[in-house]
Ligand binder design. Structure first.
Ligand code: ZN
Ligand code: ZN
Length: 285
């Protein structure tokens, strides 16, 4: 099995668990340590069993809980060298740093992980591919621009977690944000609009492998799950694609688990998922 549980996604904090029966990976730790542990348990998982924490980039909404979490759970932290430099002084309780390189895959238990560079206003931000039994999950949090490398890295994924930060009109009309901040959000080093995300999803889905999309990091003021989801569904239907499931990750509570890969036994029956049936969890959509 390969699954994704979002613990929370948005400017107030980002974190998710990518896991199999045997291996648990925390992707980003942007909620308080207390909330991280509470929500991992709500998802039916044991925070003490985390095998790795993987960091996409050093912004506080992605690492806020790391220092305190590392005081209570001895778990290795994976990030690239520039992100390590940016984080090390404020995360002294991390006992084991593992420096990873873009494009080089490594195993965390039985899950293959590979990072790739994305454009965002951090020192060296990454997206990730997680793979088990030839089923792949693409994970992209903050990104301002879809590069060829990004497209190549996720063109064959079966499931995709990706930010869908703002609706272009709602951002334009927003009176609370100064013009300079709007420019930063919309820039190539900021965040993806619903339209940019929808176009990207549409082009990947044309490959025929993509079955599930989870939209994350939705702006509270300049977006809504309904608006973001509608934009993606429109982009898919414009391409004649209807079989991709589109969900949104909640800002403030767990979403999922989203099951990407289910192992089958010799008779073709799904193996027991130890109670992690997708229907049991209300999807935030
Ligand atoms: Zn960021
Ligand atoms: Zn962020």
């Amino acid at each position: 099995m390969l699954s994704l549980l979002s613990l929370g996604s948005g400017s107030s904090g980002n974190s998710a668990v990518v896991y199999s029966e045997n291996s648990y990976i925390l992707v980003d730790a942007g909620l308080s340590a207390m909330q991280l542990k509470k929500r991992i348990k709500e998802g039916g998982l044991d925070p003490q069993k985390l095998d790795a924490v993987i960091i996409t980039h050093e912004h506080s909404d992605h690492i806020r809980g790391l220092e305190v979490l590392s005081k209570t759970i001895n778990v290795p932290v994976y990030c690239n060298s520039l992100t390590h430099e940016a984080m090390v002084s404020t995360n002294g309780s991390v006992k084991s740093w593992n420096i990873l390189s873009s494009g080089e895959s490594f195993m965390v238990g039985d899950i293959n992980v590979c990072g790739f560079s994305v454009m965002h206003d951090a020192v060296d931000p990454l997206g990730f591919r997680f793979e088990k039994n030839e089923k792949t999950l693409g994970f992209i949090s903050d990104v301002g621009h879809v590069t060829q490398l990004l497209l190549e890295s996720i063109k064959d994924v079966h499931a995709l977690f990706i930010e869908s930060n703002y609706d272009e009109i709602l951002l334009q009309n927003d009176t609370r944000r100064p013009w300079s901040l709007k420019q930063r959000i919309a820039s190539r080093h900021g965040h993806l609009s619903n339209k940019q995300t929808a176009d990207l999803i549409g082009s990947i889905a044309e490959g025929g492998l993509l079955k599930s999309v989870i939209l994350g990091h939705l702006s509270n003021d300049c977006n809504s799950p309904e608006v973001a989801r509608a934009e993606v569904i429109l982009a898919l239907s414009n391409r004649g694609i209807s079989e991709v499931e589109v969900n949104c990750a909640s800002r403030s509570e767990i979403s999922g688990p989203f099951i990407i890969e289910i192992e089958v036994d010799e008779e073709g029956e799904e193996k027991d998922l130890e109670g992690y049936a997708q229907e049991e969890f209300p999807l935030f959509s």
